[in-house]
Design a protein around this ligand. Structure first.
Ligand SMILES: [Zn+2]
Length: 114
């Protein structure tokens, strides 16, 4: 039946089109992500940006803070912390860095509510 043949060729074409759609959607998402990163890096101080962006920038800053908190807690579970100045891993209860000599600040361990 002609319909069956047409369906097979359509199926291959459809697969190719769906593949192109998926690739294009992914490329668009990647560009939007990159645009967001560029915008965030340029506006992380939240100065002079429109209100519609402010909440997003604030939320990303809180997420960055919380990422730091969870990394600190992960390190603490291993008895470690990181030097605030040089990033050197140290025993958790250190007061000074044994690499750069920096006095260590208390570790942030409480996530902020978002
Ligand atoms: Zn250090």
């Amino acid at each position: 039946m002609a319909w069956g043949v047409k369906k097979d060729s359509n199926s291959a074409e459809l697969k190719s089109i769906e593949n192109s759609l998926k690739q294009t959607e992914n490329a668009k998402k990647e560009m939007i992500y990159q645009l967001g990163e560029i915008f965030y890096d340029a506006n992380r101080d939240n100065e002079g940006i429109d209100d519609i962006y402010k909440d997003k920038v604030d939320t990303i800053k809180k997420l960055e803070y919380n990422l730091n908190v969870w990394n600190n807690r992960k390190l603490k579970s291993q008895g470690l912390r990181i030097c605030d100045n040089c990033g050197n891993p140290l025993p958790y209860d250190s007061s000074f860095c044994n690499k750069c000599g920096c006095k260590l600040q208390p570790v942030q361990e409480e996530p902020v509510i978002i």
